[in-house]
Design a protein around this ligand. Structure first.
Ligand code: PHE
Length: 455
């Protein structure tokens, strides 16, 4: 394969802005909104923020550039990009199929919940006698109701994906991401002007040594920061390889990656401003995950009176945009591989992926009943297995792949194409060869230990 030329007929992003918005769309997701603020407050407040920014700069930026580099260098889907040897075996490629497959199967279900809540607020925000917790519990454990909304969410993704990279993903990302930023700023203003907002700010921003000690000490904090950076930037599963394969050669990989890291972190911090002051203002203990968005937040909207319904609509629309663009990126990995490995057209590949994922998503929705599916809650299983074990493992293998198979010289050449700071190459080499693998090996070990505890 000629590595310096783009393959004829392969899709690409049309503009730098479009590429960045699509990559940010993948990165900005539920992790920013429902995970980051809580983790930051729990593991040291301001101290966590400093550590997190350092980790994003070292690990996040390196991993993102590494994946973009592999993707653009190979100019192929994940299966072809990671093929090695005469037999073209692609172990890493298959991991990059399996992980998005598992994640998107439960992401769709959560996407369905978001649409359901959006409809609740659009129609007046009435939770009836069941209350917030009861409504959420009843809805999520009813496989028919949640299954219907899951399929609606998946259909929204498919409608975009069927139009391909430029006319689908790029076009909607260019609208949805700026809209998301505006809504987030609005939410932050609302939240910061609620009475007692300052407590939320203190929780997130004031350096707090005690909370680190109480929550397992520095190693636990480091593990939380590295894990969050990995998940938040959507690295370690081939999304950035796939998007990178659509990046034109006249673009600078480091510059684009820097924008993505910066914007994703900014959204995470703004999410803290939007979430924590409001939660503290109504006297709720901060938490992470579905409970925060679907149970605690409706109480915030109630406290805001009539205006709360409007804020509720905006909030769930924001969360929907965040989840939508992330799910699109997960599905794109599967679609591009299927399209290029078979004779299917873009449309055909999209529909086949949609059909398979409909089945797996519905299984996940069914498993949300109290008794699970054969006793297992698939959402928790897929989420914990991918986050704690599979993402770091794949990230580590990608580092080895770059060094051993592509080679540092080729990789640096690709990385530095049209990049203004050529000196970056040396630092990058040290990062990819030594610093990043050590950090990832650390989160992998911590992750395996945690995973065996949670399942
Ligand atoms: N990065 C997304 C977030 O922060 C999560 C995600 C992970 C999205 C994996 C796609 C793939 O929520």
């Amino acid at each position: 394969m000629s590595d310096l030329m783009e393959k004829k007929g392969r899709s690409s992003f049309g503009s730098k802005f479009g590429f960045i918005m699509a990559a940010v769309g993948s990165a900005v997701g539920l992790g920013n909104i429902w995970r980051f603020p809580y983790i930051a407050g729990t593991y040291g407040g301001g101290l966590f923020l400093l550590l997190y920014i350092a980790i994003v700069a070292i690990l996040g930026f390196s991993m993102l550039t590494l994946e973009f580099t592999i993707g653009r260098h190979k100019n192929a889907n994940v299966l072809d990009a990671f093929a090695v040897g005469k037999k073209k075996r692609s172990y890493i490629g298959w991991l990059c199929i399996l992980i998005p497959f598992l994640i998107v199967s439960y992401y769709n279900v959560i996407g369905g919940w978001i649409i359901k809540y959006l409809t609740i607020f659009v129609t007046g925000g009435d939770f009836g006698s069941a209350g917030y917790e009861g409504t959420f519990g009843e809805f999520t454990s009813d496989p028919v109701a949640s299954g219907v909304f899951t399929v609606i969410f998946l259909a929204l993704c498919i409608i975009v994906l069927i139009f391909g990279v430029q006319k689908g993903i790029e076009k909607v990302s260019k609208i949805m991401m700026p809209a998301l930023f505006v809504m987030l700023v609005f939410m932050a203003v609302v939240s910061l002007t609620m009475p007692g907002a300052i407590e939320g700010l203190k929780f997130m921003f004031v350096p707090n040594f005690e909370s680190i000690a109480e929550n397992g000490g520095f190693l636990q904090m480091l593990s939380a920061a590295t894990g969050q950076a990995f998940y938040s930037l959507s690295v370690g599963m081939g999304i950035a390889v796939t998007y990178g394969s659509y990046l034109k050669k006249d673009q600078s990989i480091p510059q684009n990656a820097l924008s993505v890291c910066g914007l994703d972190t900014m959204v995470a911090i703004f999410s803290g401003l939007a979430v924590l002051p409001a939660i503290f203002s109504v006297g709720i203990t901060p938490s992470a995950g579905p409970g925060l968005v679907f149970i605690s937040f409706p109480a915030v909207f109630e406290a805001l009176g009539g205006f709360g319904i409007v804020v509720g609509v905006i909030f769930f629309l924001l969360v929907l945009f965040a989840a939508w663009t992330s799910a699109i990126s997960l599905l794109e990995v599967l679609i591009s591989a299927l399209e290029e490995k078979t004779k299917l057209s873009r449309k055909g590949a999209t529909l086949v992926v949609a059909a398979v994922i409909t089945v797996t998503s519905i299984l996940v929705a069914i498993s949300m009943q109290p008794e699970g599916l054969f006793g297992v809650n698939l959402l928790d299983l897929f989420d914990s297995l991918t986050t704690y074990v599979m993402l770091p493992l794949t990230g580590l293998l990608m580092c080895f792949f770059l060094v051993k198979v592509i080679g540092m010289k080729n990789a640096k050449e690709e990385l530095l194409l049209n990049c203004k700071s050529q000196k970056l190459g040396k630092v990058w080499e040290v990062a990819i060869k030594y610093v990043v693998p050590v950090l990832i090996a650390f989160i992998l070990v911590m992750g395996i230990l945690t995973w065996t505890k949670v399942i």
